[in-house]
Design a protein around this ligand. Structure first.
Ligand SMILES: Nc1ncnc2c1ncn2[C@@H]1O[C@H](COP(=O)(O)OP(=O)(O)OP(=O)(O)O)[C@@H](O)[C@H]1O
Ligand SMILES: O=P(O)(O)OC[C@H]1O[C@H](OP(=O)(O)OP(=O)(O)O)[C@H](O)[C@@H]1O
Ligand SMILES: [Mg+2]
Length: 279
């Protein structure tokens, strides 16, 4: 059985569970369940703190896991990122009182609060800046106001937590993070299937199917405008001067592609959701 670590709480847990459900796996019925067996798929799920997942997978106790890239790097675990799961995006940044800091070098010798000391230490070492790290469990934005630190290094998503605490981002981007699939580096039967299934879910989330009819004279221009992943499917219509086209389009571009195709002469443009895929 493949042993898979899944976040039990926090920002990544809901989407991770949803993706696994869409990929055909059994989820947990009770949010307090710690272990769920899914014998039909020959896997077992372990619901763990996202921060601990790299440790379990890196040690080989579990085979694969879903966690954040920032948490993986913070852990110093030998676990490896094997796929970007395209959710839970965040950036990891330094922030301080508005106007106080301009560059990374301004931090030298000062106190920096963070819940990701491993990540921050390594970043500062490669940039040759020495600080006093203050390790906290969370809510690090309050550390400056409360006088235990001069600056913070933390996860930034919308930036509203920083703003409310009167802090401003400065210095270089420490990390662009996203949810990732990690493994221990050991080949294990079943990982490839899990990966393909999750990739199928990602494709279904990121693409839509578009069908349209177009005059043959405009077909090449239309295919250039919307080339799809491999190549659009072109079918004949009863009217020999028109053809029907089916193509995959990135969901984000759906409306602008419809506008452009219509301008070009396409009609009966229909968009359909993809439920799952193997490309
Ligand atoms: N708005 C966000 N706040 C915190 N973490 C986020 C956010 N958006 C994405 N993430 C990612 O989620 C992971 C952190 O999840 P984790 O569950 O440890 O923290 P959390 O969501 O802050 O939960 P909690 O603090 O309640 O334990 C990191 O990989 C982080 O980059
Ligand atoms: O940029 P924003 O959209 O405001 O999001 C980022 C904030 O959200 C998280 O905090 P969380 O609420 O998880 O509390 P914590 O610091 O105790 O983990 C994170 O640690 C930041 O503080
Ligand atoms: Mg948090």
């Amino acid at each position: 059985m493949l042993r898979i670590a899944v976040p039990n709480k926090g920002s990544l847990s809901e989407t991770a569970a949803q993706m696994l459900f869409e990929a055909g796996y059994t989820g947990r019925r009770d949010p307090r369940d710690l272990v769920v067996a899914d014998p039909a798929n020959d896997v077992e799920f372990f619901y763990l703190r996202p921060r601990d997942i790299a440790t379990y997978v890196g040690s080989g106790a579990l085979d694969v896991g879903i966690t954040g890239r920032d948490l993986l790097l913070d852990s110093h675990s030998p676990a490896k990122e094997i796929a970007n799961l395209n959710f839970g995006d965040s950036t990891f940044r330094f922030a301080g009182p508005a106007g106080r800091f301009e560059t990374l070098a301004d931090l030298a010798g000062l106190r920096v609060a963070t819940s990701y000391p491993g990540l921050v230490e390594r970043f500062l070492a490669t940039h040759d800046v020495k600080v006093q790290l203050v390790t906290l469990d969370g809510a690090v934005e309050s550390a400056v106001q409360l006088g235990v630190a001069d600056a913070v290094a933390d996860v930034v998503s919308t930036g509203s937590t920083l703003r409310k605490a009167g802090l401003e981002i400065f210095g270089p981007v420490i990390l662009e993070s996203t949810a990732v699939l990690i493994d221990s580096g050991n080949e294990k039967p079943g990982i490839a299937t899990l990966l393909r299934r999750l990739q199928g879910v990602l494709v279904a989330r990121q693409y839509v199917l578009m069908d349209y009819d177009i005059p043959v004279a405009q077909l090449d221009a239309a295919c250039q405008l919307a080339p799809g992943i491999e190549s659009p499917t072109v079918s004949s219509l009863h009217d020999p001067e028109w053809v029907a086209v089916r193509v995959m389009i990135p969901r984000k571009e759906m409306n602008s592609v419809m506008d452009d195709l219509y301008e070009l002469g396409a009609r009966a443009i229909l968009v359909t959701t993809i439920h799952n895929a193997r490309l």
